[in-house]
Design a protein around this ligand. Sequence first.
Ligand SMILES: Nc1ncnc2c1ncn2[C@@H]1O[C@H](COP(=O)(O)OP(=O)(O)OP(=O)(O)O)[C@@H](O)[C@H]1O
Length: 435
Amino acid sequence: MSENVVIEVKNVKKTFKIFADKSQTLKGLLSNIKRAKFERREVIKGISFKVRKGEIIGLIGKNGCGKSTTLKMLSKLLKPSEGEITINGRVSSLIELGAGFHPDMTGRENIYINASIFGFSKKEIDAKVDEIIMFSELEEYIDAPVRTYSSGMYMRLAFSVATNIDPEILLIDEILGVGDASFQTKCFNRIKAMKEAGVTIVIVSHTTNQIENLCNRAIWIDNGLIREDGPPRIVCPHYLEDMENARMLRAEMEYRMLIENCPDIEQMKKENRNLTCRDIAIQYDPDARRSGNGDVEISFVEVVDTESVAKQVFDKGEPFTINMSYRSVNRGTSISVTVGLVRDDGVPCYEVSTESDTKMKFQARKEGQIQFRFLNNNLVDGKYFLNIYIYGSNGVEYDIIRRIIAISVKGKEKNESGVVSMSHVWDVDGMIIEK
Ligand SMILES: Nc1ncnc2c1ncn2[C@@H]1O[C@H](COP(=O)(O)OP(=O)(O)OP(=O)(O)O)[C@@H](O)[C@H]1O
């Protein structure tokens, strides 16, 4: 292993035994082991990478892809089934909450035990213990047994010990997600300081922002293999795009199931039932909200493409139409209809009403139809929600429906961010790029 390389993972595989019958009793479990009722599952299928001194690596990937297993093998909590891992340096790890602490001993005693395992003498620990306790903010509880600690307190102590014992390599599993916001900031700053000091760090996190902020390299594990290894600003967007594609596939499937189970609106109208968001939309979002006095109400909503096919996922630039039906208790009620789009994080993207376009209200029939067509769909890739409001004179709210249907926009290339697409031209030293 070259001098600069502190971790070398060579063709590593990990297979777990999965027992078919998850017996709740020890007897059941033992008899299963005896009868060898298990299958082998290869979780890590052959990965290789080298980590150089001072690198901050983020391991990313969807749930169950093998990130924690990889980290546990680096920390020697697990042994690879095949392949080789070489570590050159003192490793401190924050992997399993609880691993490494003795429950019946006090926080202070655990600090001494942990630090001594790491090779510190009593005198050296005496010099560090106050700093460890202060960072953990557990002064009041430090002489109580750690079994009485909450998981947040446990984490504070574990983090404080692991980062105060001068490790050369630090392994962290999702630890920055635990604890309150101010402690998280403290942890984040401590890790940044360790990064400055040249400590090699491997972090597992689902928060790609965290990985982009902290790490100089991201390794994306997918189905037990390394899918991509490179700068976080390149790997993280690829990973997020892959997740978004998977989400859209699921959304399409869920939508098909919804259509199959679509309620019979005509029958419900006859029964004069109070229609919920779910009842009125053939594609509705579970977070949809509805209010208003109901004197005029939407009785049906769908989003369709140019072929009148109801769907939820549209290509970038593909126009879409919103078909709505309404009914009114009284014929001739003055109404104004608003259609709006918000991004999934709540950013308002567009809103327009019949009244803002025509400067007048229109008279509702007892039952009627409204169609709204977006001729230019300039939304950039992302998930959006449809809002529909029916107002009357003096701002009376007849039907206010928020986030009724989710619409995803998907482009072939992910070259833009923001809300709307804007045609543009680059001129770079005479080279013209038109988009
Ligand atoms: N001790 C074990 N015995 C059997 N299967 C295990 C064991 N540990 C992990 N697994 C399985 O290995 C797979 C990978 O688990 P791992 O915890 O490494 O995933 P992960 O990528 O860290 O997931 P998450 O993001 O949900 O934490 C999962 O299917 C998990 O159920």
